[in-house]
Write a protein that binds this ligand. Structure first.
Ligand SMILES: [Zn+2]
Length: 274
């Protein structure tokens, strides 16, 4: 099972890209996105796009265009604030606002969610209950195993789970990884995808029964202005040729959006209480 997802947040949500700004980046976002959507159409491939709530206000045509071309829209928070910077009350407000904005724009229920930078972890597990309260059924916010940056993993399992919360059950689709020489390796998205050689990514994907991808439009924009920051390597390494690499990946494997993956799983075996 290979799940294709994108996080539509874009450059300027990070304070790390102060020299860019919306006026500079919006045309690039449009161009890169159109190229990507055309390619997915050609391949007859559908994906899940996690969009920020503020994009429903600042770039409504972009969110609408993605949905109208047959892709699923999920929520990627309202303003891309990491969960460890929010209280449960602030997170409740952020989630409500984001989902409300996307639902009002599209006229459909938003039931899929991914937290900024996979920031639901053991210390912020209260977020899952709040997501359920806000109508979210499917979550993709957990960085599994020992790889959790800056925190304790919420779960070790490298496969989807059903998680019970005080408000009800949520279907959890963690980011996938592979174990190579007893090291856990993420390869299916973001800077990891740009960094590793394609032959390795293809081989790890073939070996794994569960691959959860995550891409950003900026991962494919080799023309973008390089802004010097401590994220330089993370943001730009391997960006030349990244789009071609991505196209090869989509040609070599069958990808499905999250909603299709949900139906491919026998959930009875997968109940986990956190
Ligand atoms: Zn993000």
């Amino acid at each position: 099972m290979n799940i294709l997802t994108f996080d539509i947040e874009e450059w300027y949500v990070y304070e790390l890209y102060p020299k860019g700004g919306k006026a500079y980046y919006t045309p690039i976002l449009n161009g890169c996105l159109t190229r990507l959507l055309d390619f997915l159409d050609e391949r007859n491939t559908r994906a899940t796009f996690f969009c920020l709530g503020i994009m429903a206000i600042s770039h409504p045509q972009i969110v609408k265009q993605i949905a109208e071309r047959g892709h699923e829209i999920g929520c990627h928070s309202n303003k891309h604030i990491l969960l460890n910077q929010l209280s449960p009350e602030q997170f409740r407000e952020d989630t409500f606002q984001a989902i409300d904005r996307l639902q009002n724009l599209l006229g459909e229920k938003i039931e899929m969610y991914r937290a900024p930078a996979f920031s639901i972890k053991a210390t912020t597990r209260w977020a899952l209950e709040i997501l359920v309260e806000n109508g979210v059924k499917y979550d993709c916010s957990v960085f599994p195993g020992r790889l959790q940056p800056g925190g304790v993993a919420l779960q070790e399992r490298n496969y989807p789970s059903l998680i019970t919360t005080p408000s009800g059950i949520i279907y959890e689709f963690p980011l996938s990884y592979s174990t190579v020489w007893s090291k856990q390796l993420v390869y299916s998205g973001g800077g990891f995808f740009r960094f590793f050689p394609y032959a390795l990514i293809r081989s790890l994907t073939q070996k794994s029964e569960y691959n959860m991808t995550y891409f950003h439009i900026r991962d494919f924009d080799s023309q973008q202005k390089r802004v010097c920051s401590f994220r330089y390597f993370q943001s730009y390494y391997g960006i030349n040729g990244a789009y071609e690499k991505f196209c090869r990946y989509v040609k070599d494997f069958d990808f499905v959006p999250l909603g299709v993956a949900v139906k491919m799983i026998n959930w009875e075996r997968l109940l986990l209480t956190v």
